[in-house]
Design a protein around this ligand. Structure first.
Ligand SMILES: C[S@@+](CC[C@H](N)C(=O)[O-])C[C@H]1O[C@@H](n2cnc3c(N)ncnc32)[C@H](O)[C@@H]1O
Length: 298
């Protein structure tokens, strides 16, 4: 995943610039207040979207967390000692996918097995410290799950067979996908940092009807205005949720992060795959949200 992101970020730099700037700006705004001894960054990856200049002066110690072992060499580039943690923060994705690989049942039995992967065998990684930054990782948890399931189903039952039953297997992966999102929020509540900033995709839009070129930047063909999508005339669009139906809103925070209050929120679009710049048959735009949370229960 990390390598793919790095290559895309380089190739599509003009299209990604606004997303990366807004992500860094959210961290700058957060550090107006957020400070302390330890900061834990979940999904630090290759630090493409990490605002080192604003964050580093506000914390004495930095813990960088990612499942990808190749990240450690990028973290050295910060030039300060960091605690490098290479871990699957869900505590369950690798076990679930290994369990699925070993499964031998027919299609119906396999889907039943997938539906049952709701309870993690281990608790999620607990990000202790004064502050936690969840850096564009929340939506990735269920993507890794969904992609892993799809690959294993295709290997066992064949690509065509699986493609023809897409809604069936997608319905089966949903409960565990939701659990991964909820578990991430619950792990922040449990760890109890004073400050948390969650930056995540919350919605995906796919479009057809307008093409772009890598070397000729143009604005995205859609906007997010007054709480809704606006598209250019003639554009065919399909919108889907990024967090398996869980929204990053007050009811969700009241349920999973009851010790926190929302200090502020921001929202922007990320034209992640402009149609025509990759093999994909559709263009892709993500809606991204940044939510700053402050612990109000001591
Ligand atoms: C979209 S990237 C975030 C971008 C990243 N901040 C960067 O600048 O490269 C998601 C990151 O989450 C990591 N990741 C995905 N699932 C994970 C998991 N279950 N546990 C830990 N890290 C995970 C990936 O390895 C990747 O680096």
């Amino acid at each position: 995943m990390g390598l793919g992101i790095e290559h895309r970020a380089r190739r599509l730099a003009p299209y990604w610039a606004e997303h990366l700037e807004r992500t860094r700006a959210a961290q700058k705004r957060w550090t107006d207040k957020a400070h302390g001894e330890w900061l834990t960054v979940l999904g630090a990856g290759r630090l493409l979207d990490f605002n080192a200049a604003e964050i580093l002066p506000r914390f004495k110690k930095l813990r960088l967390v990612d499942a990808d072992p190749l990240c450690a060499s990028y973290w050295k580039s910060l030039g300060i000692p960091v605690e490098a943690v290479c871990v699957d923060i869900s505590g369950c994705l690798s076990e679930w996918l290994a369990g699925l690989k070993a499964a031998r049942g027919d299609w119906a039995e396999t889907l039943e097995l997938i539906r049952g992967f709701g309870k993690p065998p281990k608790p999620a990684y607990e990000a202790s410290g004064d502050a936690v930054l969840s850096l564009n990782i929340l939506s990735q948890l269920q993507i890794v799950w969904q992609d892993g399931v799809e690959a294993r189903l295709q290997r066992r039952f064949g690509r065509r067979f699986v493609e023809a039953r897409e809604s069936e297997w997608l319905e089966a992966v949903r409960p565990a996908g939701q659990m991964l999102v909820e578990q991430h929020l619950a792990a922040i509540e449990l760890a109890g940092p004073k400050f948390a900033l969650i930056i995540s995709d919350v919605e995906y839009l796919e479009y057809e009807g307008r093409r772009f070129q890598v070397d000729r930047w143009a604005p995205a063909p859609v906007e997010w205005l007054e709480g809704g999508w606006r598209a250019e005339m003639g554009l065919k669009c399909e919108v889907s949720p990024a967090l398996e139906g869980i929204e990053l809103n007050e009811p969700t925070f009241e349920r999973w992060l009851p010790s926190y209050r929302v200090a502020w929120q921001d929202c922007w679009l990320w034209h992640i795959v402009p149609l025509g710049t990759e093999k994909a048959e559709v263009g892709k735009v993500h809606r991204v949200v940044a939510v700053a949370l402050e612990r109000c229960v001591t």
